[in-house]
Design a protein around this ligand. Structure first.
Ligand code: ADP
Ligand code: MG
Length: 729
């Protein structure tokens, strides 16, 4: 009898590194080779059109038909030179991945002759048959029309034989059906709000950009072993599997030497990414065995977010060429760290100032503190929403588990910065603020200390940490679209900045001096945002108690976390900033709940299949072997010795029996509850039922299976084990 696990192991151990051919080019030459950049536009688009195009790209204006037609001509010429024969709108539906539908350039002219055609209307508006994309009730199937249109702030690019045009995806009625549309709206909102506040300090600020630098964590598994694990194939994670004796306890993988097979994969991935204009920069081994990280140089939020989506699909393609499968799931293996996607976020001006970096003098520091305090306030006001923005069935495995962010959002600032903020909060304004001609500023009580930040002062347990010149949102999941978190953050900060400005302006209108008004409102905010500031251990039980006292959102059930999208505060904030309407929020929640249920439905089905068709047969086979042995002992040995000779076998036979019956009963019960959940129409209720009733059973079944793995003869076990999947040779 052949054992698929041993076949897979043999294949896996036979896989050699796939050497990547040198390109002969430096990164600076390869960079953006496959992107229709501004430089290339200058070459391919008429100069009078170019000016208008750049203007709309820079100033968030909408594309007109005339411009679209002229741009299309140049874009097609360039793309065909790159070998493109097809084009596609590249968009980000709420399914989570990216979507494309390829159309050939092929058309027929008036004379019936075949030709390549690509008209401006393709950039302007397309109507993919959208009825199968989730809309959370925003579209009935008979009104299935969804429109996609080019987002000129993200350039077109060529992959293989197709020209990809990054697009937004909206319903017939104008409501967003994707991640990009509200992200763009949030970028507009935070730009407007932040410019107004930055103008207190510098009238030359005309534009504030939000920046994103993601750090993508992922696992690699050999493709042969992957194929022998139906749970990895169907759900992206192992539903069962006893932890390996050696995992990450020696910390020997983190920043360790990258295995050659993996290094070749990384090299090719980086070349492909750089060709597509993705500024990938850092690669290293992560904490868990077989876990790695890739990070780029940060970019404007929209582009950074697109690039992360692109990198995730590139990873999957390139991994296959190296006989790997990439696992982007947040928790592919129990007992070792899961994967996140830290989103480093900051605000910067057109004048080149990072608004979240401490300045060189007290005046600049006042600006820094202004923005810092507003972010703190925004995170505090919307901590539940920010958690909702990152929660999913897959990321739920990370949150609250003792490894990555806790299921409570708080902000880490570090002791130095906290001290500086306390000094400001306690300053006595009546002692006078002196601002001299050099714009140096003195408070009666002393200067605002120049804030020198110690980068090593890091707290890895914080889900939202200030790291010197940016915030690092660490709760984002490795498989997530960054946009979901970024749009919530941008919008929340925009609302807060608007409120801040209204308050300062009102004081100024009442005759208060500008700096004094700023100080007053900052002091008030510093006091108001105490709840969200927490530098201690986010994993501790004391923090859970303390956070509840402070009024922070402590919900631990994923489906209920989603409710925060619909709280009065969220609806008001998203409405005021024009980022998402109530109808759009409702639809997003429906999609999130449905997605949660479907993920669990699939997992629970796969688990049932695995244990009944893979695990139990192996266990029973081994039990039969032991039973036969017991009988043979009886036949061969004198009766007086039989009992003691069979003692060990009896124990194991009994243990297998107990686990097997618990598993069978568990699966039956799980199937019953799944059927019950599937019959619930209300998406929220259904997701809650999966969470409350199906998940605990799955965990329970797993425990029995993992115990069995330790009992059953290794030769009979058909599923690749952790120790085999987690250590690339
Ligand atoms: P670490 O793992 O220590 O957090 P990395 O170097 O892996 O650091 O990643 C840091 C990420 O933060 C990179 O993507 C980097 O480009 C990004 N980053 C640096 N400065 C900023 C900033 N001002 N705004 C947004 N992202 C930034
Ligand atoms: Mg980091």
């Amino acid at each position: 009898m052949s054992n698929i696990r041993f076949e897979a192991l043999k294949t896996a151990w036979g896989h050699e590194p796939v050497q990547v051919k040198p390109t002969g080019c430096r990164a600076s030459v390869l960079f953006a080779e496959k992107v229709f950049t501004r430089e290339k536009m200058k070459e391919y688009i008429a100069s009078n059109v170019l000016e208008q195009l750049f203007d709309l790209m820079d100033n968030e204006k909408t594309l007109t038909r005339d411009i679209a037609n002229s741009v299309a001509i140049g874009m097609k010429k360039w793309a065909m030179e790159q070998g493109a024969t097809h084009y596609t709108h590249w968009f980000q539906p709420l399914t989570g991945g990216t979507a494309e539908k390829h159309d050939a350039f092929l058309d027929f002219g008036d004379d019936g002759a075949p030709m390549e055609k690509f008209s401006g209307s393709v950039l302007y508006q397309q109507e993919p048959d959208a009825s199968s994309f989730p809309s959370g009730g925003l579209r009935n199937t008979f009104e299935a029309r969804g429109y996609s249109a080019w987002d000129p702030s993200s350039p077109a690019f060529v992959i293989g034989d197709r020209l990809c045009i990054p697009t937004i995806f909206v319903a017939f009625t104008g409501e967003a059906l994707d991640y990009k549309t509200p992200l763009l709206r949030s970028i507009t909102a935070v730009n407007k709000a932040a410019v107004a506040v930055a103008n207190y300090f510098d009238k030359n600020v005309k534009r504030v950009y939000s920046y994103l630098g993601w750090e993508q964590e992922y696992f690699l598994v050999d493709e042969a072993l992957f194929a022998a694990r139906p749970d990895l194939v169907m759900t992206g994670r192992t539903l069962i599997g006893h932890y390996s004796s050696k995992s990450q306890q020696l910390d020997d993988h983190y920043f360790g030497i990258i295995p050659e097979r993996v290094l070749e994969f990384m090299k090719e991935l980086e070349i492909e990414a750089q060709r597509l204009g993705i500024p990938v920069k850092t690669r290293h081994n992560e904490v868990a065995p077989n876990q790695f990280e890739l990070a780029p140089i940060y970019e404007e939020c929209n582009l950074g977010s697109d690039h992360n989506q692109l990198v995730m699909s590139l990873m999957e393609q390139v991994a296959r060429r190296h006989h790997f499968r990439v696992l982007l799931h947040e928790k592919p293996f129990g007992g070792v760290n899961g994967s996140g996607k830290h989103c480093n976020w900051s605000l910067g001006t057109n004048t080149g100032v990072n608004l979240l970096a401490p300045g060189k003098n007290p005046y600049q520091n006042l600006e820094f503190v202004t923005f810092l305090v507003n972010v703190l306030m925004a995170v505090q006001r919307h901590n539940g929403l920010l958690k909702a923005s990152i929660i999913s069935a897959t990321n739920a495995h990370r949150l609250g588990a003792n490894e990555a962010p806790p299921a409570i959002i708080s902000v880490f600032l570090g002791s130095q910065l906290t001290e500086a903020l306390n000094e400001i909060e306690n300053a006595d304004l009546d002692k006078g603020i002196i601002i001299n001609a050099k714009k140096e500023m003195k408070l009666g009580v002393g200067t605002i200390p120049e804030i020198l930040l110690d980068n090593t002062d890091r707290n890895r347990t914080s889900p939202f940490a200030f790291t010197g010149n940016r915030f690092e949102f660490r709760a984002v999941g490795s498989s997530a679209n960054c946009a979901a978190a970024m749009l919530a953050l941008n919008a929340a900060v925009a609302e807060q900045l608007n409120d801040f400005r209204a308050e300062v302006d009102a004081m100024i209108a009442n005759g208060e001096a500008k700096e004094r008004a700023l100080f007053k409102v900052i002091k008030k905010c510093l006091n108001a945002c105490r709840a969200i500031r927490f530098d201690g251990n986010g994993y501790s039980d004391e923090w859970k108690v303390e956070a509840k006292k402070r009024g922070l959102d402590c919900e631990t059930s994923a489906p209920k976390m989603i409710d925060s999208y619909l709280s009065d505060a969220s609806v008001k904030m998203f409405g005021a900033t024009n980022v998402l309407s109530k109808a759009e929020l409702l639809s997003r929640c429906e999609v999130k709940w449905e997605n949660y249920s479907m993920k669990l439905q699939i997992e629970s089905r796969v688990l049932g299949d695995l244990v009944i068709n893979h695990v139990l047969p192996a266990a029973k086979r081994y039990q039969t072997m032991l039973l036969e042995n017991v009988l043979h002992v009886k036949q061969v040995f004198p009766e007086a010795e039989v009992a003691s000779l069979n003692e060990q076998d009896y124990i194991i036979i009994r243990r297998i029996e107990d686990h097997a019956s618990a598993i069978i009963a568990g699966v039956e019960q799980m199937n019953k509850l799944r059927a019950k959940a599937n019959h619930i129409d209300n998406q929220r209720e259904r997701a809650i039922t999966f969470h409350d009733e199906v998940v605990p059973l799955m965990e329970d079944i797993r425990k029995h299976v993992d115990d069995l793995e330790m009992v059953v003869d290794d030769e009979l076990w058909t599923l690749p084990k952790y120790r085999e999947m987690l250590f690339i040779h």
